[in-house]
Design a protein around this ligand. Structure first.
Ligand code: FAD
Length: 540
């Protein structure tokens, strides 16, 4: 885009792509710091994830005591969550409440997709083109575009031939979907599938679930927030939040320190039952024994207990076996919290199709055809997940940095970043919860606040010192890649084919994308970069 585009453009200090948890908090911080800013979102309102994912059963799986903004104690006391795991409508109301409280909508361009972004070397500014209204010219360009916001397109032949209704959990219609009396298929058994399948089974005449890979899941035990968690928070809110920021996951729970082999079988089972009763993702992933996340033998003990539970609920042994994960260690793929998920497969109107044994051949005009059978259907629901971590970033195409280099080309063999926040060759571009940051390995609100604070503090310091451009060095980026690789050797994530590693998207370069070193250690590194004079960055 040439200079003429820039002249017509909306001129701001900072352009933010996205108006979810991250975009909203960035607007608050940027305004308070005295920067002019605009956020752009394809959606027609705020909310991001919680605007788009309106499927039946959609909820958070980090407890609401923790899955909330923490930057303003007055906001915290002005909002009360009704449940331990809030529904999508409640979380969307919360984000609307935040937008109203800080009067954010006036700086958001809704219904506006950012199409391209080009760095203008002479002007030291980015120019963003959009599909609705003026381009935007900005000094700083922040992608708050979400880790799980680009739904994966269906990979099955014949989708266009189907004469019935097709829905995507990540793009669920606002008015809901009438499923009563219908023959429904759900394809996919990740978090969205596990949440929606029991709800859909209650409504549909028949539900057929098409599963490629079973996930580990355990009960959410939803209800009011647990008294002990609320008490811990209310006893000293500031301290609780400070602990969360320095914890490994963004939730301040004590981690087990004893190794599996230091515990008797009875003690291990007792711990497992306790974690099961807690209905908490972080507890189950960190409070059994110290070697559950990093050692295959320690992990197998936890995996076996979870498998045993599936067999104890699902009556048909073949279905139980099909639902039992055997191809990845527990926790290496994001586990799910479930409410009646396994029990749903005991219902007479529900059938599980194991795609490992009978792959889908095609979607036809009347339904789905596998190697063995045909299913006549009225509705197909795709719960097939996202092009995670990089999908939304590279959907702005091109993002053209110094010398016209495109980020998609630079990332052809996997995302390269410094701290998951910046990319060498792309001055003044920041990513919130980008690949190489803790992002989906954490309570994301904690990570989002940390990122937004770090970025806005950086912009303020640059303004103060009279700099106009910041860019990661290639050396720093290479160092971060080495550190990522070292950390990933300490966990079991590398042993699973998951959306964490890009394995769910055909052709995507393999490699662990979230930073596995933990939220607190990551924060310490980011702070150290600042205290050592923006180590790894060039400022001009
Ligand atoms: P998002 O909320 O994804 O917002 C990004 C926005 O950017 C979107 O609205 C999108 O439309 C917009 N956008 C993207 N590209 C463009 C473009 N080119 N032009 C214009 N707009 C664009 N995390 C947790 O920590 N705990 C949970 O319990 C949890 N539950 C989840 C449940 C579901 C069903 C899903 C899908 C995710 C969940 N997550 C959870 C992760 C969740 O994505 C984050 O917690 C958080 O909501 C992300 O906020 P965000 O602002 O970074 O991105």
């Amino acid at each position: 885009m040439g200079a003429a585009g820039a002249q017509d453009a909306q001129q701001v200090d900072v352009a933010v792509v996205g108006a979810g948890f991250a975009g909203l908090y960035l607007l608050i911080r940027l305004r308070r710091a005295g920067f002019t800013a605009v956020a752009l979102d394809t959606a027609d309102d705020v909310g991001g994830t919680w605007y788009w994912n309106r499927y039946p059963g959609a909820r958070c799986d980090i407890q609401t005591t923790d899955y909330s903004y923490t930057f303003d104690p007055e906001l915290e006391s002005a909002w009360h969550w009704s449940e331990k795991y809030a529904t999508q409508p409640e979380i969307l109301r919360y984000l609307g409440f935040v937008a109203d409280r800080y009067d954010l909508r006036r700086d958001i361009r809704f219904g506006t997709k950012v199409l391209t972004a080009t760095w203008d070397e002479a002007a030291q500014r980015w120019l963003l083109t959009t599909d609705n209204g003026k381009p935007v010219s900005c000094r700083y360009y922040i992608m708050a575009s979400g880790c799980l916001s680009a739904p994966k397109p269906p990979e099955i032949d014949g989708v266009g031939d189907f004469k019935g209704e097709i829905y995507f959990t990540g793009r669920w219609p606002h008015d809901g979907v009438e499923l009563a009396g219908k023959r429904v298929a759900v394809i996919g058994t990740g978090s969205s599938g596990v949440q929606s399948i029991p709800k859909i089974a209650e409504q549909a005449a028949r539900l057929t679930v098409f599963q490629r890979t079973p996930n580990f899941a355990f009960p959410a035990h939803n209800g009011p927030s647990p008294a002990d968690r609320v008490a811990a928070l209310e006893k000293d809110r500031a301290d609780y939040r400070a602990q969360a920021r320095m914890s490994l996951t963004g939730v301040p729970l004590e981690r087990a320190t004893e190794f599996s082999w230091q515990l008797s079988e009875a003690e291990r089972r007792q711990r497992f039952e306790k974690a099961l009763a807690a209905g908490d993702l972080v507890a189950m992933l960190s409070q059994l024994w110290a070697d559950q996340g990093g050692d295959l033998e320690g992990n197998a003990l936890a995996s076996d207990l979870l498998r045993e539970r599936i067999r104890s609920i699902v009556k048909d042994p073949e279905t139980a076996e099909a639902l039992t994960p055997r191809d990845h260690p527990f926790g290496s793929k994001r586990p799910c919290l479930e409410t009646d998920y396994y029990a749903t497969f005991n219902r007479p109107n529900v059938t599980l199709v194991n795609l490992r044994q009978e792959p889908i051949q095609a979607i036809t005009a009347s339904g789905i055809k596998t190697d063995r059978r045909s299913f006549d259907l009225d509705v197909i629901v795709f719960a097939t997940g996202f092009d995670a971590m990089t999908g939304a970033i590279t959907s702005v195409h091109p993002i053209a940095g110094r010398g016209g280099k495109s980020i998609s080309d630079v990332w052809a063999s996997g995302p390269k970043t410094y701290l998951g926040l910046t990319v060498a060759g792309f001055p003044n571009l920041f990513m919130i919860t980008g690949p190489g940051s803790p992002s989906v390995f954490s309570n994301m609100v904690v990570s989002i606040e940390q990122h937004a604070d770090w970025v806005v503090d950086c912009l303020m310091a640059m303004r103060e010192a009279g700099f106009t451009a910041i860019e990661a060095t290639e050396a720093a980026q290479a160092g971060w890649a080495r550190h990522m690789a070292d950390c990933s050797q300490l966990t079991l994530h590398r042993l699973a084919n998951t959306w964490y590693t890009g394995a769910n998207v055909p052709g995507k370069a393999p490699g662990l994308m979230p930073y596995p070193g933990g939220v607190g250690p990551y924060r310490t590194i980011c702070d150290e970069v600042v205290s050592r004079g923006m180590l790894g960055f060039t400022l001009s």
